[in-house]
Structures are given as structure tokens and as C-alpha cells.
Design a protein around this ligand. Structure first.
Ligand code: ASP
Length: 423
């Protein structure tokens, strides 16, 4: 059995859904678990809907709901000729539920409410894809991710209960695949032992594919993307990019950790444990070989990879009494950053200073000041770029630093990290 994952861009309109069906036709006589994301940018729209719900702004809520509805009905119209096809009834029920939700009491736990609403994007896309495939004559069934991926109740960032999920997979997925060729399920979604919906964190559908492959002992996972595979740099920022045709699990984990956005960082870990290869391929050009991520590491160092994060801020703490920044001070600073849920991209210390590089839009300067301002002077260097280069050399470092001031530079044997300020 193989696991395929199709992201939002691959089901963003009726033509895209038809393309997914055409890709599946290339794999006859295969047992497939197809994991699908919400269509296009639906998850972002649903996030706005949740904002409007909590702001109790009915005008905005109703407007957004109309947009989401119109978008999905347009796709449905392009896929299903028969107006009374049962999918329309399902869509109607879902949108009616959302319309009524506005008038119900708000859940105190907003993350809980978020997960119950946000999962609707994947619910709709998986229902539509499964119905379309069946209509096209595939042996396909809809599989409820809520019946297979068990998590704890950390809403919005749920942690997987691996042994329970494994048990549920053997009870539900394998019997389904004994009768059908394709099981279409939702990415990003899990459930608690009480049956409430949870989510695995934004962009978590890749991770769902990894979880299901691990728990069902799949042969491989293929993530179908709008890029030719994993590239050595983001084509948005680099003129020349190269395909990484083969890399190791370790390299893929490193690249996604540093911010390469092609695959969700958690996806590879379960696959690596069971030695299940991961293919990243293009849904635009399904003939192309794409990237193979497997245990073999010999090709890792052949091509340098570049990962750039923009809008970084370097926050520097120094003690007001000129005492050293030692373990006690560091633990105080870390505790405050953890409380703020800040994610540290780079850190560096000297006798009197401790600096952390953070994503600008994730920090609240006023909160940082109130938590640490009484003991520390806090300085900020804004508009910085963090460049990470795997398999670098001196010429690359010099080139990256041209016309920029390097504020921090850290190097291991394989990885260089530069915090750069444009001149
Ligand atoms: N639809 C979810 C998101 O946009 C999950 C995913 O697509 O991976 O974050």
C-alpha cells in the first residue's frame, strides 16, 4: 500500500481535482491511501471566520461564509453534472451548521473551537474528491481521519498517540483497502479519546501522510506538489535552483528544520523510523522523477542548499548590573521566551550579552519588556535575514555576505548560518 498526499494547491479548482484523478489513473492495481488538504486557501479563510466568530461580528462572519460556500459550490459545479448529487446535500448541511454556529455560545477554549471549525476545510475537500473519484469509476471510499488518528487534547498542536493510531489503522484502514483500491482521507486532522476533533498544526497534512504510512506500514509516501521536487533553494528568491534528486532522511529533516517549506518538518521522522521512502513529485508534471528521500546519504553533500528567513529580529539582553549572563540569567530569559511561545532561530552569548534571533511577527515587544525589562537592557536589530547554507564553502559565504553586514555567523562542518543586515 502507498500513501499519496495532495495539498491545497492540487485541489484548488475543478480542473485541479480532475488532474488528481488523472494522476491516480497512473497507478492502476495499487492500494492507495490518499490524504488531502483543504482546497486552495480555505484554511486561511476559515481562520478569518473564527476571528469573526470570536469578535461576534456577524457582517464579516456571514460575508466570509458566503465566500467559502461560493468557492466550494463553484468547484462542485465543475465536477458534478447532476445538481442533486448527494454531495450538494453534504455541502448544504456543513454550511448550515456553520451559519447556525454563530448564534451558539462560544467555547471558552478557543483552540478547541478552532479545531472543530478549521477541520471543515479538509472534510469538504475529502468528501468532494472521494465522490468525484467514485463518479469516475474508481474503487474509492471516504475514510474519516477522526476514526484513525488518535491524539491528546492539545488543540491546534495535538500530539499523536502512536499505539492507539496503529491499532485503529489496522481496524479501519486495512479492511477498507481489502474492498476498495483507494481510501480518501483528510490531512491535518485527528481526534481525542472523547471523539473531539484536533489538528496537528498548520500545514500538518504532510505529517498525517507520515503518520498513516508509519501506522499502516506503507511501502512509500508521495507528496504531490506544484514544484518539481525538493530544490536546493527557494525559486522565489534565487535565480538558479537545482533539484535535489536524492537525499537522506537526515538531510530532509535538517532542511525542513531550518525552514525549507516543501515538507512539514515532522513528516520525515516516522518514515525514517520504518525506512519508508518519501517521494516529492510534481502534480503539474507527473512524469518527472522528483526527489527521493530515503536512508541513502551518499548524495547529500553534492549540492549546497540555501534556506532564507526574512523579517528576523535580533534581540540582545544585557544585565543592568553588569553581571555575567550565566545559567541563572539564561533560564530566566528562556522561561520568558517560552511563555511568549517565541521560537528561537539562532542564539549567541558573550560575557555580558545574550542574543536570540526571532521571527519578528511572532514576538510581542511590550510583553518581552514587561517580563524581562526590569532586570535587562533589551536591544533590537530589525529587518534582518537569516541565511542557512548546508554543505557550504568559503566562496558561497563571501557571495552571501556581499553588500550585507554579517551580525552573527555560526558554522559547523556541514552548516553555516548567517544573520545578515542589508546595507
Ligand atoms: N489545510 C491545512 C493548512 O493549510 C493543513 C495542510 O494543508 O497541510 O494548514
Amino acid at each position: 500500500m502507498k500513501v499519496f498526499k495532495f495539498g491545497g494547491a492540487s485541489v484548488k479548482d475543478a480542473a485541479a481535482v480532475k488532474n488528481v484523478s488523472a494522476i491516480l489513473a497512473r497507478f492502476p492495481n495499487q492500494k492507495l491511501v490518499v490524504v488531502v488538504s483543504a482546497m486552495g486557501k480555505t484554511t486561511n479563510k476559515l481562520e478569518e471566520l473564527i476571528e469573526a466568530l470570536y469578535a461576534q461580528d456577524h457582517r464579516i462572519y456571514a460575508g466570509l461564509l458566503d465566500d467559502i460556500k461560493a468557492y466550494h459550490y463553484e468547484i462542485a459545479a465543475g465536477l458534478f453534472a447532476e445538481k442533486h448529487f448527494h454531495i450538494y446535500k453534504e455541502l448544504e448541511d456543513i454550511f448550515e451548521h456553520l451559519a447556525q454556529l454563530f448564534f451558539k455560545p462560544l467555547a471558552d477554549n478557543r483552540s478547541f473551537q478552532y479545531d472543530q471549525i478549521i477541520a471543515i476545510g479538509e472534510l469538504i475537500s475529502s468528501k468532494m474528491l472521494a465522490a468525484f473519484l467514485k463518479d469516475q469509476g474508481y474503487s474509492a471510499a471516504w475514510l474519516d481521519a477522526k476514526s484513525i488518528i488518535r491524539t491528546d487534547n492539545q488543540y491546534q498542536e495535538a500530539q499523536v498517540d502512536w499505539s492507539k493510531t496503529k491499532e485503529l489503522c489496522s481496524q479501519k484502514v486495512l479492511p477498507m483497502l481489502a474492498n476498495e483500491a483507494i481510501a480518501v482521507t483528510q490531512g491535518f486532522i485527528g481526534h481525542t479519546s472523547e471523539g473531539f476533533t484536533t489538528t496537528l498544526g498548520r500545514e500538518g497534512s504532510d505529517y498525517s501522510a507520515g503518520i498513516l504510512a508509519y501506522c499502516c506500514e506503507a511501502e512509500s509516501v508521495t507528496i504531490w506538489k506544484d514544484v518539481p521536487g525538493m530544490l536546493n533553494a527557494d525559486p522565489k528568491y534565487f535565480e538558479k535552483t537545482q533539484l535535489l534528486s536524492q537525499i537522506s532522511f537526515k538531510e530532509a529533516i535538517e532542511l525542513s528544520y531550518y525552514g525549507a517549506s516543501v515538507i512539514h518538518p515532522k513528516t520525515v521522522q516516522p518514515l525514517q523510523q520504518k525506512n519508508i521512502p518519501l517521494y516529492v513529485r510534481s502534480f503539474v508534471d507527473p512524469e518527472a522523477p522528483g526527489t527521493t528521500i530515503s536512508a541513502a546519504a551518499e548524495r547529500d553533500a553534492q549540492i549546497p542548499s540555501y534556506i532564507v528567513k526574512f523579517d528576523q529580529v535580533l534581540v540582545t539582553f544585557s544585565t543592568k548590573d553588569f553581571s555575567f549572563i550565566a545559567e541563572k540569567q539564561l533560564s530566566e530569559i528562556f522561561a520568558a521566551l517560552a511563555q511568549m511561545q517565541a521560537h528561537i532561530n539562532v542564539m549567541q552569548n558573550s560575557a555580558l550579552n545574550f542574543s536570540v534571533l526571532l521571527d519578528r511577527k511572532k514576538i510581542d515587544v511590550a510583553q518581552l519588556q514587561s517580563l524581562l525589562g526590569s532586570n535587562y537592557h533589551i536591544r533590537y536589530n530589525e529587518n534582518l535575514e537569516l541565511v542557512t547554507i548546508r554543505h557550504y564553502n568559503e566562496a558561497i559565504l563571501a557571495e552571501m555576505c556581499a553588500n550585507k553586514t554579517s551580525l552573527v555567523s555560526q558554522q559547523t562542518r556541514t552548516t553555516a548560518r548567517l544573520v545578515l543586515q542589508p546595507k
